[in-house]
Design a protein around this ligand. Structure first.
Ligand code: 3H9
Length: 696
């Protein structure tokens, strides 16, 4: 076993460095190695204090997540922490970069903590569907009090070193570039003072808050009910912090351990860990060499200052990248700029950015009415009306105006990128950058690779996505790419189900019960029923056409599939139900009672089926990419891992069996995709399919 730590001596101080790149995760060999070093330093008469630090860019990223679900090996993290805490010589954690999860728990087992001012400390376990399992829920409340501990543990968000100093989570800040030297000086002072080493487990002064006010936990739960909806881990975190207040330390620790083991084996945590790795996997494009030089992006041009163009611009401004934004009419441009400013001012009012930030960002934005202004941009994104002829015309023009080496991108959500690229003399520099509305909020970016898009252009777009804080997923050219192509399947079934007798609110409820933020009909109302509709061409045959003709065009007209009040609260509409009944009668569809189960199967199984087709055609690189698209673009709940992971949980054989039964009843919309049928017959899963593809 290679040693996973380094140890050196500086006078009477032993410095032990965690050295398992890239994140010093506390896997079995690092735990063993660390325990051995602590014992060695403990028995060395020349050593009077120990400093623990991390190699590379951070202190420690926590337990090794890949070990979860496997048989435990060697000393566990609680055992290691007990050894550190029990050391007769003071142990000081010297934290830089990040201390996360088990890394923070290790630091809490130390007798003191010092940190660089830029360090961040947190317990992100809740984001993996678990509770901190190595004393975090027992030690943190003893330092910062139960209320603050609840916030930190249930949000999973790290706190900055300065805030950590204020709450007592760290004892001192070091100079940014003198972490270890300052930690050694701190240790030498302790040696000189010769006081006994404090152990967090012995403290209980801060716990009074939770004992005197047991209602604190109920109040916290109620305040955060919306955020916690559907998730198991936050409630378990609350129970563990409460245990810290009501049980002796060892008993609380045992309670935490039990809770951790229950959750780590549960479906939610398995799904959330799948998402953690899937997000990182999505960034990897197998056929692109890792050392491919990226194209410089120092100035971005955007065509269209509407909702989409403005939202897209904000992403770049937020990242400090100058933007030129062009609109055809002065009035539309003014309106677009005013919206961007209003959005920033709103964020500033909430205290998330400063008034200076607002001006800095607006200062990076250069508005104009002339496309010529985009000539020297490195990337131009077109966010114009969704019409192929119009887009081809714009791209033809851009090609003549914008410098030859620049990338030209379309934000189209459905159209053929190859047809758009063919309107230029540089198809290798053309691709799709599909942002999701609201573009400044939603994390997903579909990077659509055309038949001729150059590898460096794809790599640059993927890296740029990351730079502006998006999760970029590579998609191939097809109608609707990954996300909307799958959405279309759900929508077709939703439309059909209401004709057959379900109500829009029943369909929407079945979908929101699965944890999605809104159902198909609420979603259309938000987007507008009249997208792609016009009075001149309307045949007045479908429910949607008739509702448009009656000016029920969605939230913007106060009425769509639902009626809306001033607060945009939706109520079911008798008028809509009558329209649906009339259309059903005209089409000869007999209405009947439809069960929630039927809605679930008919809406979701065709999505999974379409996902299999997308995979088979190579339009998505992995099933897990499809999950990432649906989680970050459509709000699929992370606790069920995305549609493909969810399907694996049900079993592909069961899904194919149900699709065949639905096919017999309702026709070819439900015919199982060949890949899905094959996987089901082999007893396979999408996750095994991804693994096999990865191995090539
Ligand atoms: C825990 O601690 C439980 C305990 O309470 C109790 C235990 C009993 N394990 O994100 P990056 C991999 S739960 C294994 O791209 P960055 C990652 O997959 C843990 N692998 O880097 C990637 O691999 P690859 C609580 C891990 O610089 C590579 O490292 N801790 C782990 O953008 C680089 O990662 C957390 O939840 C891990 N813990 O961000 C923290 N972490 O190259 C999770 C990373 O093959 N980690 N990898 O794709 C993070 O949030 C980020 O990785 C971090 C670095 C901020 C640390």
């Amino acid at each position: 076993m290679s040693d996973r730590t380094e140890m050196r001596r500086e006078g009477r101080v032993a410095v032990i460095t965690l050295a398992t790149p890239p994140v010093n995760a506390l896997g079995a060999s690092l735990r063993e190695s660390l325990a051995r070093r602590i014992a060695e330093a403990g028995s060395d008469p020349e050593v009077s204090a120990i400093v623990l630090t991390g190699a590379g860019k951070l202190f420690c990223g926590g337990a090794d997540i890949t070990e979860f679900g496997r048989p435990p090996q060697g000393i566990d993290l609680n055992g290691l922490n007990a050894a550190v805490e029990g050391s007769a010589k003071p142990v000081i954690a010297a934290i830089h970069g990040q201390a996360l999860g088990g890394g923070t728990e290790l630091a809490l087992a130390c007798h003191h903590r010092v940190a660089t001012p830029s360090a961040r400390i947190g317990l992100p376990e809740v984001k993996l569907g678990i509770v901190p399992g190595a004393g975090g829920t027992q030690r943190l409340p003893r330092v910062v009090g139960p209320r603050k501990a609840l916030e930190i543990i249930t949000s999973g968000n790290p706190v900055g070193a300065r805030a950590a100093l204020e709450t007592g989570l760290v004892d001192a800040l070091t100079a940014e570039d003198r972490l270890v030297a300052d930690a050694i000086a701190f240790a030498e002072r302790l040696i000189a003072e010769g006081r006994p080493s404090p152990r967090i487990r012995d403290r209980d002064d801060r716990l009074a808050e939770g004992r005197d006010d047991p209602g604190l936990f109920d109040a916290f739960r109620a305040e955060n009910a919306k955020r916690f909806r559907g998730f198991e881990a936050p409630e378990a975190c609350i129970a563990c912090v409460r245990a810290a207040c009501t049980m002796p330390f060892e008993q609380g620790l045992a309670f935490e351990r039990e809770t951790f083991l229950r959750l780590v084996a549960g479906a939610q945590s398995i799904a959330q860990r799948h998402v953690f790795f899937a997000e990182r996997e999505a960034a990897k494009i197998p056929d692109l060499p890792a050392d491919l030089p990226l194209l410089p992006i120092t100035r971005v041009g955007i065509i269209g200052a509407g909702t989409m163009g403005g939202g897209i611009a904000m992403n770049f401004l937020n990242a400090g990248i100058p933007v030129r934004i062009v609109e055809a009419k002065a009035e539309a441009l003014e309106r677009g700029l005013a919206t961007i400013r209003r959005n920033y001012e709103g964020t500033a009012r909430k205290g998330r950015i400063s008034a200076t930030d607002v001006e800095t960002r607006m200062g990076l934005l250069a508005p104009g009415l002339d496309v010529e202004a985009l000539a020297d941009c490195d990337l131009v994104i077109e966010a114009a009306f969704e019409n192929l002829d119009l887009k081809r015309e714009i791209f033809g023009r851009l090609d003549r105006i914008v410098k030859a080496e620049a990338i030209l991108a379309s934000n189209t959500s459905y159209l053929d990128i190859d047809a758009i690229a063919a309107a230029t003399a540089r198809p290798e520099r053309v691709l799709g950058l599909h942002f999701f509305s609201p573009a400044n909020v939603m994390r997903l970016l579909e990077v659509v690779r055309g038949a001729k898009t150059a590898p460096a252009v794809v790599a640059t777009a993927m890296a740029l996505g990351r730079r502006i804080g998006k999760i970029a997923v590579l998609a191939g050219v097809c109608h609707g790419f990954i996300g909307n192509r799958i959405l279309a399947q759900r929508q077709a079934q939703a439309n059909r189900l209401v004709l057959e007798g379900a109500t829009p609110q029943q369909v929407d409820r079945v979908i929101t019960d699965l944890g999605l933020p809104m159902g198909p009909f609420a979603m259309i109302d938000l987007a507008g029923l009249d997208l792609g509709w016009s009075r001149e061409t309307s045949k007045g045959e479908t429910v949607r056409e008739i509702l448009c003709e009656r000016d029920r065009r969605g939230q913007k007209t106060g009425r769509g599939f639902y009626d809306y009040d001033e607060a945009r609260k939706a109520t079911p509409s008798a008028e809509v139900e009558a329209v649906i009944r009339a259309v059903a009668a005209r089409q000869g569809v007999t209405q009947r009672e439809i069960s929630d189960e039927e809605i679930r199967e008919r809406c979701l199984y065709p999505m999974v089926n379409e996902g299999a087709k997308i995979l088979d055609e190579g339009k998505a690189l992995r099933a897990s990419d499809i999950d990432i698209v649906w989680i970050n673009g459509y709000g699929w709940p992370v606790y069920s891992g995305g549609p493909m992971h969810w399907a694996d949980g049900i079993g592909l054989a069961r899904i194919v069996e149900r699709l065949r039964a639905l096919e017999a009843e309702h026709g070819p919309d439900f015919t199982p995709a060949p890949l899905l049928a094959t996987l089901a017959a082999e007893g396979g899963s999408f996750s095994a399919f991804d693994k096999a593809r990865r191995k090539g």
